[in-house]
Write a new protein. Structure first.
Length: 327
């Protein structure tokens, strides 16, 4: 099979499409998927540089965390899926290849109204957002949510899910253009952060009270402002570290606000935990795609053979939503 391959860790020039061995036949509870499209994520950029290796058992040379395709074959114990079913899901690696062997608990059927490219834009962003905001930060109807980097894949997913559940939404972005586009997805209040500051604008918009939940995809540079932006009993959900992974913390402020600071990752979790997140996604989010309540956030599609250009585009920070590789 053909696969995106990292020849050696470093720059974009180390990417190529290479013939690699096909996966083995599925065991009892596995399925073999012919991948038609795969999402490109910042984790793939880090893996290419040698900064984010996959868990044990996955090739460090073949990236890819999410996919959409059709089933080639199933293990003897699999009865929920059959050959030819259209499926999408998450994996800890190797999704950017023509064939992927995966545990059946990490996939679900693609809604009838999504094609493979659209479906490939969904799993990583929407499972991450749903798990972080609703399951861990316990966002409720009537709450308020601040999303940093709201124009990113996870940010747009969280935005749509929040609006579908009656939540008031606030979002930050470095560009006003992205904020305007986010209004199409339900953003109530946009805050431009070209200077790195958002606290004054947020407190003015909320009458000084702050928000119930913050989904932070930025990291260390926003931490102090995040604490000041929380309501009493607010929850800060840490997902990304693009601005750094270290920050000073005012413990007295955390204590006075009785705030909760939560952190999460998806890739490194054990299979049973990821399976729970996929199950909840299938039950609570996939029906929203069926009804049109939420939609995929596809920005640009590249043929797999143009993976270097896809990496360059994602690294430019010009993307709005998901970048997809098509096989």
């Amino acid at each position: 099979m053909k696969a995106v391959y990292i020849k050696e860790f470093g720059g974009i020039e180390n990417l190529e499409i290479r013939e690699v061995p096909d996966p083995p036949a599925p065991n009892s509870d596995q399925i073999l998927v012919r991948v038609r499209a795969a999402g490109l994520n910042r984790a793939d950029l880090l893996q290419r540089r040698g900064l984010y290796p996959p868990p044990s058992g996955y090739s460090p040379n073949i990236p890819g965390l999410e996919f959409a395709g059709e089933i080639e074959s199933v293990g003897d114990s699999v009865d929920a899926f059959k050959k030819g079913d259209r499926v999408f899901g998450i994996t800890s690696g190797e999704a950017q290849a023509e064939l992927l062997l995966i545990d059946l608990s990490l996939v679900t059927k693609i809604p009838h109204n999504l094609n493979f490219v659209e479906a490939a834009a969904v799993p990583e962003a929407f499972i991450t957002a749903h798990d972080a905001v609703f399951d861990q930060a316990e966002l409720q109807v009537g709450d308020s949510l601040l999303i940093h980097a709201v124009g990113s894949g996870v940010g747009l997913a969280a935005l749509q899910l929040a609006k579908a559940n009656g939540v008031e939404t606030f979002g930050t972005s470095r560009t006003t253009q992205k904020l305007e586009r986010c209004r199409e997805y339900g953003l109530d209040h946009g805050i431009a952060t070209s200077d790195g500051n958002f606290i004054e604008a947020l407190l003015e918009l909320t009458g000084g009270t702050g928000v119930d939940v913050i989904l932070d995809l930025v990291g260390g540079a926003y931490f102090e402002q995040n604490l000041r932006s929380l309501k009493t009993k607010g929850r800060l959900m840490l997902v990304g570290t693009t601005s750094g992974s270290k920050a000073e913390i005012d413990l007295s402020l955390v204590m006075r606000k009785r705030a909760k600071i939560l952190g999460t990752v998806l890739r490194a979790r054990p299979t049973n935990e990821k399976a729970d997140a996929v199950r909840r996604f299938a039950e609570e989010v996939v029906p929203l795609f069926d009804s049109g309540g939420v939609v995929p956030n596809v920005d640009r599609v590249f043929p797999a053979g143009e993976v270097e250009a896809a990496h360059a585009y994602l690294e430019s920070n010009e993307s709005f939503g998901k970048v997809i590789l098509e096989f």
